[in-house]
Design a protein around this ligand. Structure first.
Ligand code: NAP
Ligand code: GDD
Length: 360
């Protein structure tokens, strides 16, 4: 139930990494938060379970609610919006894995490109276009084969995957609706952001889980693809705070959120293993490159070409100056080394618990 000053937010993708942090932050700011979840044959609410539990403890039943829906299903979006009448929409839902998008390009385009169009059309059909503020999650993958370094809001786009191309449509349809209908829609061009809740098949989390599993005796080594790729990696909760700040402006615009620093996958491996007290020694080149523990000579990393992509984004480096100025946003509140440390320590703990459970 809406009280006078209580804002209502609707989050698509609430069960994902970013959605879960954003839901927490908005609840802490006093929002009522509604999220869209997909029907799944197994639980997909692991990242937001604690919000339910907090809710039960505090006997609050009205400020956090989940609704079944899907971005490929206009009707569900329409009915949810009509029921909840949100002040702000954070549109984060997407098939967000770049490599997977080469395997399911049509579904990726449906959920991302048409999904964004469906959401915006539902807002218009409900005549909410003048009252709602919308955050649209786009991506540094738009820059793909980068045309300048670092990338800013005016750098030309050159996407390199079906995911990137679908997000290009999402970017332009949001901009078009902003210009055509005066809608308050901001595109967040976010560079990679990671956390303890990062999906397990993205490279940073794959590495930190791999380290945890190796230390716990659950796995021997980590197999990776292109370890020379460079990314501008930030900390997810810092970035979701930036999304919120975009919607507090009285105008809509496009903003790059990035740290302004880039690191290679190889460097991430070196730093992550160092957190676990292991120094890597690299040998070989290309697909034959391997990393060993300098103390024990145990093989810890090898290359498997199955993780190479048909077209690769070799490097990404963002310039967040515009967001820093307009939003007073701090891109490196959580510095890179701290991000790596948090992820590794978290996954060492989880793997240890897994190993203990297997023994008992
Ligand atoms: P994520 O962890 O993969 O979460 C994606 C979310 O979208 C999940 O809640 C997922 O639901 C939901 N979803 C997928 N397909 C859907 C569909 N057809 N209908 C409704 N919901 C659907 O992604 P993230 O890292 O939090 O990223 C959030 C958004 O920012 C995404 O749009 C992503 O493309 C974009 N982005 C991310 C980064 C990054 O580095 N993290 C950078 C730039 C842009 P299930 O849980 O049921 O799968
Ligand atoms: N996933 C994965 N697995 N990537 C690997 C691996 C591996 O085993 N080995 C090397 N890589 C390289 C990839 O080729 C890529 O160059 C880089 O590591 C990062 O891959 P991901 O972590 O999968 O992220 P991404 O950059 O492709 O996409 C993420 O960031 C985008 C923003 O730039 C996703 O979160 C996208 O949704 C997001 O838009």
């Amino acid at each position: 139930m809406k009280t006078n000053n209580q804002k209502i937010a609707f989050i698509t993708g609430i069960t994902g990494q970013d959605g879960s942090y954003l839901a927490e932050q908005l609840l802490n700011k006093g929002y009522t938060v509604h999220g869209m979840i997909r029907r799944s044959s197994s639980f997909n609410t692991g990242r937001i379970e604690h919000l339910y539990i907090d809710k039960l403890r505090q006997h609050q039943s009205t400020n956090f609610k989940l609704h079944y829906g899907d971005l490929t299903d206009f009707t569900s979006i329409f009915f949810i919006l009509n029921e909840i009448q949100p002040d702000e929409i954070y549109h984060l839902g997407a098939q967000s894995h770049v490599q997977v998008s080469f395997e399911i390009p049509e579904y990726t385009a449906d959920s991302i490109a048409l999904g964004t169009l469906r959401l915006l059309e539902a807002v218009r059909a409900l005549k909410m276009e003048k009252t709602i503020k919308i955050y649209n999650a786009v991506t540094s993958e738009l820059y793909g084969k980068v045309q300048e370094v670092p990338q800013t809001e005016t750098t030309p786009f050159y996407p390199r995957s079906p995911y990137g191309v679908a997000k290009l449509y999402a970017y332009w349809i949001a901009k078009n609706f902003r210009e055509s209908y005066g809608m308050h829609i901001s595109n967040g061009i976010l560079f990679n952001h990671e956390s303890e809740r990062r999906g397990e098949t993205f490279v940073t989390r794959k590495i930190t889980i791999g380290i945890g599993d190796i230390l716990a005796g659950l796995s021997d080594k980590i197999s990776l693809g292109n370890i020379d790729a460079e990314r501008d990696w930030g900390y997810a909760p810092d970035f979701t705070e930036g999304m919120y700040q975009m919607l507090q402006l009285d105008y809509a615009d496009d903003f790059v959120l990035a740290t302004g620093e880039k690191h290679s996958v190889r460097e991430f491996c070196i730093k992550a293993f160092a957190v676990a007290g292991i120094t890597l020694r690299w040998e070989g080149k290309g697909v034959d490159e391997k990393a060993y523990d300098t103390k024990t000579n145990k093989l810890l990393i090898d290359i498997n070409p199955k993780y190479f992509r048909p077209a690769e984004v070799e490097q990404l480096l963002g310039d967040p100056s515009k967001a820093i100025k307009a939003l007073n946003w701090n891109p490196t509140q959580t510095p890179f080394d701290e991000l790596v440390r948090r992820m590794v320590e978290n996954d060492i703990k989880i793997s240890q618990q897994k190993a203990d459970a297997l023994r008992n």
